[in-house]
Design a protein around this ligand. Structure first.
Ligand code: SF4
Length: 245
């Protein structure tokens, strides 16, 4: 992985684990380690691990944009967990510049009646087929493809898109709906509170362990041993926190 601690300043790769923590009021409720750099694909495994420990799923889950995928939204919905999970451009879309950018697919209006998108010039973009992609967890995501008709000579060409031919875009209707639900939740009063709480909760725990306690490197080698080491660190963290209270 590329690490934040990059003393040579050359983005060198170092052996590392992806360490996931669930916290509540800065107490560690669950931990897991993964051999992948991507947070998106580990939420399910981490939450199932939580279930094994407590025989119940959490009622609510707050997570940052690294976890906002169709697969995760669907999983959380299936398990009855209320999701306050950002998606990748949640903060950017709050800005006027983003909302007025004609190149952003999410700014194109969709008509459910006609099953078409409207391009920035107001022309219909017709449905031209579907495409599927599999995630690392073997989850199949289906995208609908829409194509514009008369891009040749359009005055918006360049700001709208730079490719050849007519503009074609792909959207996942399912993900779009999940994002709308997530957006509504994140912008609600409770969502604003959850967004404030998240860094003060889980990030503070990482900060305490890594910076204040100077635990920056595992002493043991191998996933099994490292899991035990993290377990001990977590227990120590919780006891110290309890003692401070
Ligand atoms: S370039 Fe094509 S898709 Fe973009 S605004 Fe013009 S006609 Fe519409």
């Amino acid at each position: 992985m590329r690490m934040k601690e990059d003393h040579m300043k050359n983005g060198q790769l170092k052996p590392a684990y992806n360490w996931q923590l669930s916290t509540n009021d800065q107490f560690i409720l669950n931990y897991s380690i993964h051999q992948t750099t991507t947070d998106t694909v580990v939420l399910k495994e981490h939450t199932e691990d939580f279930y094994k420990l407590y025989e119940q799923y959490p009622e609510k889950c707050t997570a940052d944009a690294g976890y906002g995928s169709e697969e995760n939204y669907e999983y959380l919905e299936d398990k009855g967990i209320e999701a306050f999970v950002k998606f990748n451009y949640f903060h950017k879309e709050q800005k006027k510049k983003w909302r007025l950018d004609p190149s952003k697919v999410n700014n194109l209006h969709y008509s459910e009646d006609k099953d078409c998108l409207y391009c920035p010039m107001g022309q219909e973009m017709s449905f031209v087929g579907t495409k599927t992609r599999k995630t690392k967890n073997n989850y199949t995501q289906t995208y609908q493809r829409y194509q514009a008709k008369n891009c040749q000579g359009c005055p918006m060409r360049g700001s709208c898109f730079k490719g050849k031919g007519n503009r074609t875009v792909e959207i996942s209707k399912k993900l779009t709906k999940y994002k709308q639900t997530a957006r509504d939740k994140l912008l609600s009063d409770e969502g604003v509170e959850k967004r404030k709480q998240r860094p003060a909760d889980v990030e503070a725990v990482f900060g305490q362990i890594k910076n204040n306690e100077k635990f920056k490197r595992f002493l043991l080698r191998g996933k099994e041993k490292v899991e035990i080491e993290i377990g001990l660190v977590s227990i120590a963290h919780n006891i110290a926190k309890l003692a401070r209270i």
